[in-house]
Design a protein around this ligand. Sequence first.
Ligand code: PLP
Length: 292
Amino acid sequence: MAAIQLIFAKFPAGSNFIVSRDIYGGSYRLFENFKEKYNFSYTYWDEQEDLASLVESNTEAIFIETPTNPLMNVVNLEKISQVAKDNNILFIVDSTLFTPYFIRPIESGADIVIHSATKYLGGHNDLLAGLVITKGENLSEEYAFLHNSIGSTLSPFDCFNLIRGLKTLALRMDKHLANALEVVDYLQSKSEVTKVYFPGNTGMVSFEIKDANDVSDFLKSLNLISFAESLGGVESFITYPITQTHMDIPVEVRESYGLTDRLLRISVGIEHADDIINDFEQAFERLKERVG
Ligand SMILES: Cc1ncc(COP(=O)(O)O)c(C=O)c1O
């Protein structure tokens, strides 16, 4: 979040931004706060809408997540970058869920890329960090100045842990993805699951269960998979977005774009895939026993 805050420090009061409709709840919370503080306005964009038609005279940037958190929508970076270029505005991508191992948005026309390094880049759920990658000398110098001036810098120990994590990024991402593919197959075979969201190229999977009333018992039954926020670590985590990561998005807003009380989000870890699937299986079985 410090990386995102740093990015927005560049823009003058009164700026408008076009932002992905589905977005990490913490980013939404920060943007809502910036509205009052800096007189910023945000135009939330659904991928079906014509992006170019949303650009206003005070629009400074397009900020998107790909895939989005938690509905896993993937967008075409080249097309967005063309709209940004045509209108002389910046294109910012939060690429946390794909990581630079799978996708490098700068090569597809992004001007600024951010990653929460707390997630896959660190990879072990033991540090908080963010990365800002900028294109071109002018933008990079401007952000280097802001970074130093604002002071959103890391402690040496977090840097040490982050460098250690980066060394195994490739190995971990291949395993996260392989496990996620098995988990997706498994979830798609379950009658209790009505929808699975998986963008590929990540270990992140969201799914909807039939009955929101089962969520609490289901989460309590899991043994290996931790019911916790955050994502991208070696251990599997499961999150209930509406009470955790996305709790600050008003119910009418999140329901308008499909973030429901039936949605769960898994960060598939690097354990043996059978252990992850067996944990889900016994939790689903317990739901049945309870009903029986
Ligand atoms: C897509 C995305 N961006 C940014 C963040 C913020 O990351 P941090 O916890 O490192 O501040 C998160 C956290 O979940 C996220 O999912």
